[in-house]
Ligand binder design. Sequence first.
Ligand SMILES: Cc1cc2nc3c(=O)[nH]c(=O)nc-3n(C[C@H](O)[C@H](O)[C@H](O)COP(=O)(O)OP(=O)(O)OC[C@H]3O[C@@H](n4cnc5c(N)ncnc54)[C@H](O)[C@@H]3O)c2cc1C
Length: 534
Amino acid sequence: MKQPADVAEVVVVGGGPVGMGLAVELGQRGVRSIVVERYARPQPIPKGQNLTQRTMEHLHFWGAEDAVRAARTIPRGYGIGGLTAYGTLLGPYSYDWMQRELVRPFYFTDNERLPQYATEAALRRRVAELACVEALYGWSAEDIRQDNDGVDVVIAEREGNGRRRLRAKYAVGCDGSRSMVRARAGITQSLSDHDRLMVLLVFRSVGLHKLLERFPGKSFYSVLDPALEGYWKFFGRVDLGSTWFFHAPVPAGATRDNFDFRRLLCEAAGADFEVEFEHIGFWELRFAMADACRNGRIFIAGDAAHSHPPYGAYGVNTGLEDVRNLGWKLAAARAGWAGPGLLDSYDAERRPVFCSTAKEFIEKAIAADRQFLATFDPAKDRAAFERAWAARGSQAPSEIHAFEPNYEGSPIVWGAAGAACSAVGSHAFVARAGHHLAPRPLSCGRNVFAELGDGFTLLEFNGDDGLCRAFVMAAEQLRTPLKVVRDSQAAGEHYGAAYVLVRPDHFVAWAGNDSSANAEGILRKAIGEPAAGA
Ligand SMILES: Cc1cc2nc3c(=O)[nH]c(=O)nc-3n(C[C@H](O)[C@H](O)[C@H](O)COP(=O)(O)OP(=O)(O)OC[C@H]3O[C@@H](n4cnc5c(N)ncnc54)[C@H](O)[C@@H]3O)c2cc1C
């Protein structure tokens, strides 16, 4: 006989950053959820440090921004920017890289840098404040099955004999790149193997800190070594002064015992320094993209859906956007106002974004670095190398500007005809359907982000009441939460639209100037109902 189940609306498998982010998103929306995490405490590997402005917006709205900023390990006065060097870190050639401050005006919050375990700890504390979320730490999910009405998840205590069955309407696998949930849901992956063994070193070295004083304000550094054909030697500060992490390809067969890792570090830096290792680990360099993000009642998010080399800080940032996208849709399904297409729009919006992140940013960067290293060599033609190096340095900001994940081609936004969802875009203040809303101070002095509602928000900037009333009536009829925020025409000029319909995840669903637009048709599409003309 089946044991009685613990019942929830959503079970989240995996309480890494992505699972905990989803638990907060759902908990704040009143969705009764259980999160199952195999480890009692966050694992002390300092990965996932580089958090974008957009990620900090999530943490702000999840009530965890202050805690995350307080856990920062690099003093506020010191920078958290990056640098790319040629040959060795201390060699003569370098340029600024990943200058996120360039896109700061398009987001509501500053970016941040801290070890992933500290972010996870802050999210765990936030989850503890949410009455409708139960967190089961120290429990592993062993099996998951779905039927017409729900999902069963069998869990077992990691250090003990406890076993339980959880029953929910939906389950989300946030259980990392080796996702059990993905496998059991029968979701396949497309793999692109780079056939490289990578090492991750965590070490202490005051000497390296002293050597890098020549690069004030920098916290991470990639070294382009011609011998590595575009793969990086990567140093990152864990704190200011002593602790570091490093990753790079190593020869196949390298182990903790047969390889000189201190020498690898000193060669990458181009100087000798003392090293005390805290962690030596290995992984295979590969891209893995899920071929779907949903099978029935089971969804996947974060590394369970997309994993790739940690090049450019696209991992945890992308995973947290996944769950910001999925969370409000699951909450809408539970509250009864999701149209039949809303849950499917998660896959339609997010998968093209993470596939193009891998292809257009990470794979492209590796290929471009490889091409550059094969073509230019300062020992052979210094002038040509220096010209090409300077050009690379001046083009580096373009990656930051171009990374603008958007859902222009989504079935639930009123994007341009023929547009596609992609990670490639451009930052702009103009409100564009399918794009992140840019912040803006309103006449009341508060930022528009401080006024946005938990559900949809209609921004109205031309003083005409008619369309607002039509939206309010449509929202009542569709039982969809809608807040109206009104401001001056100046704000409308900033956004290039008199009306902007903003989704719960702060992407624009529709923007326009026509006060006779079909409010009901616009809203129906935005919640995944079959569209009517707008
Ligand atoms: C060296 C390094 C540096 C990185 N730097 C960055 C960076 O600067 N910026 C960035 O955006 N990304 C970075 N990343 C990538 C980032 O760390 C990952 O993308 C991120 O960890 C993904 O989060 P996740 O929650 O999806 O998966 P994970 O962090 O893998 O979490 C999955 C969780 O699920 C739990 N779990 C797994 N299976 C089960 C089960 N069956 N039952 C219960 N629990 C389970 C695990 O214990 C774990 O806590 C880096 C990665 C590395 C390796």
